[in-house]
Ligand binder design. Structure first.
Ligand code: GLN
Length: 550
């Protein structure tokens, strides 16, 4: 084995879901990076959807978009926020993709008449995906979605078992996350679920090499000894994973528990000493805020904050940039209506100093969002519209400031209306409308991934980014209708960011307002705690410095 051969770490979950496997893996990725290793982080999901783009965010959390335009699981967002890695399409693998590929190959006759089976054909494809970038990095970390024992997860576990056999112990490591619950009646932490879960994994031919045991108070040596004895894992690799107040405390917690040291020892890797400066700086800013600001997020999926995970985090990063705590008021846009008075809206905002309207799909709550954009514009409340949020700001502006009373987006409008936001094919090149019929694929019909955007000299965004060209990630079907751009600009809307060919509006702003921006892209996907996105940092900075405007 050469020093340059890529190592593979597989992270599985046992006992229950929601043990923070994704966070554990993101933290480990960051710790390995802090030792100078090059890493890649990959998610293997057992569900049959080809990508999470078609899944309801209320059930599954947000859909994270990569630079190369893949719609992926929200865990990839954690991977990016914790490390300097930019994930790519091949870092999100689902059973659906694997089966689609195997079946396509079968139809094409690639298997030359053989019986096509889960082992070796499906497992073979899984192994190809895992090893896609062999040799490019030092360590590939793979998170296996679901919990050990799920039927769907079996082919993935089997593929990793085969890889251990093929690559050897020197290049593969199994980390299993479990729960050590506290049973109040006995006054004790219990190790039995961990024992069972490790045994379940063993019955599939996989011996865990390290255990991350989620545990509350009372984790002590004797428990480690017991788990080590029953589970066949050396004591130093039985890690007590305490709850942390903020997710950004996880890397430090795992580091102090010895996780990265044990991993590099396991592989016999010589590394630089770990440099934890980045995380201690982030933690000291989070733990010692010099004040707080309050932001209201007006959205559709407010009952599950995971549906806006990256936004939630990016707003907090803006707080980290300015040493303030960001309190969030999640307001269901369905509760806001066109007929509401300013006073009624003021009540709903609960003292928020700024308003964010995030991305979204579908008509429900849309008039409430338009009303909110109007309120923020007229009452000079700092306003940040993202994707759909920008589109509603444009609709409001067209209705109230450009005399187009019936303006709407063609995603929502009915009857006669001015489609100031529309599908590109409805207005570009003379508007040769392509009908989409019901039989078409619902996945992948959007503008997805990173696109360049030129910033207007003298604009607010140009100052914030301090650049004339930026690149940001998109996920939407509709665009500001180019046929209305002239009229809207004449009435004062500033198109301060456009696609390099000048045809697509990417950013809008208005004058005489403390902070009013709409962006067609999703800046929240690029923000990190140790390098907050400039738009979020500037927005939160404005709230911090501004007097209470409401
Ligand atoms: N529904 C809008 C569109 O498809 C906005 C999408 C979004 O906010 N991500 O264009």
């Amino acid at each position: 084995m050469t020093e340059s051969a890529t190592r593979y770490i597989f992270i599985t979950g046992g006992v229950v879901s929601s043990l923070g496997k994704g966070l554990a893996m993101a933290s480990l990725g960051s710790l390995l990076e802090s030792r100078g290793l090059r890493v890649k982080l990959r998610k293997l999901d057992p569900y049959l959807n080809v990508d999470p783009g078609t899944m309801n965010p209320i059930q599954h959390g947000e859909c994270f978009v990569t630079d190369d335009g893949a719609e992926t699981d929200l865990d990839l967002g954690h991977y990016e926020r914790f490390t300097s890695v930019r994930t790519r399409r091949q870092d999100s693998v689902t059973s659906g993709q694997i089966y689609a590929k195997v079946l396509m190959q079968e139809r094409r006759g690639d298997y030359l008449g053989k019986t096509v089976q889960v082992v070796p054909h499906v497992t073979g494809e899984i192994k190809n995906c895992i090893m896609e970038d062999e040799g490019e990095v030092d360590v590939v970390l793979c998170e296996l979605g679901g919990t050990v024992g799920d039927i769907e997860g079996l082919p993935f576990l089997e593929a990793t078992r085969q890889l251990r056999n093929e690559l050897g112990r020197e290049r593969t490591m199994f980390i299993h996350t479990t729960l050590v619950p506290y049973i109040a009646a006995a006054g004790e932490l219990k190790t039995k679920p961990t024992q069972h879960s490790v045994r379940e994994l063993l019955s599939l031919g996989i011996q865990a090499d390290m255990l991350l045991c989620r545990v509350g108070e009372g984790w002590e040596r004797s428990l480690r000894e017991k788990i080590s004895l029953f589970c066949n894992v050396p004591e130093a690799r039985v890690i007590g994973a305490r709850d942390v107040g903020t997710i950004y405390g996880a890397p430090m917690m795992y580091h102090e528990a010895g996780v990265d040291r044990e991993v590099v020892n396991f592989f016999g890797l010589e590394t630089e000493p770990p440099n934890m400066r980045r995380w201690s700086e982030v933690m000291s800013r989070i733990e010692n805020p010099e004040g707080s600001v309050k932001v209201c997020i007006v959205g559709k999926y407010t009952e599950l904050q995971d549906a806006y995970k990256s936004l939630d985090e990016a707003l907090s990063h803006g707080g980290i940039a300015h040493k303030v705590k960001v309190e969030k008021v999640w307001l269901d846009s369905g509760l806001v209506s066109q007929g509401m008075s300013d006073d009624e809206i003021w009540d709903l905002l609960e003292g928020s100093q700024g308003v964010v309207i995030p991305g979204g799909f579908g008509a429900s709550g849309i008039e409430g969002k338009i009303r909110m954009a109007c309120y923020a514009r007229e009452r000079k409340v700092p306003f940040f519209g993202i994707c759909l949020g920008m589109q509603v700001a444009v609709v409001d502006y067209a209705r109230r400031c450009a005399g187009l009373e019936r303006a709407n987006s063609s995603e929502f409008g009915g009857g006669e209306f001015d489609a100031v936001v529309a599908l590109m094919e409805e207005w570009m090149d003379g508007g040769c409308m392509q009908e989409r019929d019901g039989s078409e694929d619902k996945g992948g019909t959007m503008r997805l991934g990173s696109y360049a955007c030129d910033l207007l000299e003298g604009s607010r965004v140009r100052k914030i980014y301090n650049k004339d060209r930026i690149s940001e990630r998109h996920r939407h079907r509709y665009e500001v209708n180019g046929l209305y751009m002239d009229l809207l600009s004449r009435r004062g809307m500033i198109f301060s960011g456009k696609s390099p060919d000048g045809r697509l509006a990417e950013i809008v702003e208005i004058e005489d307002h403390p902070w009013f921006l709409g962006v067609q892209f999703h800046p929240e996907l690029r923000s990190r705690p140790f390098s907050p996105h400039p738009l979020f940092a500037d927005f939160i900075g404005t709230l911090k410095d501004g007097e209470r405007l409401l």
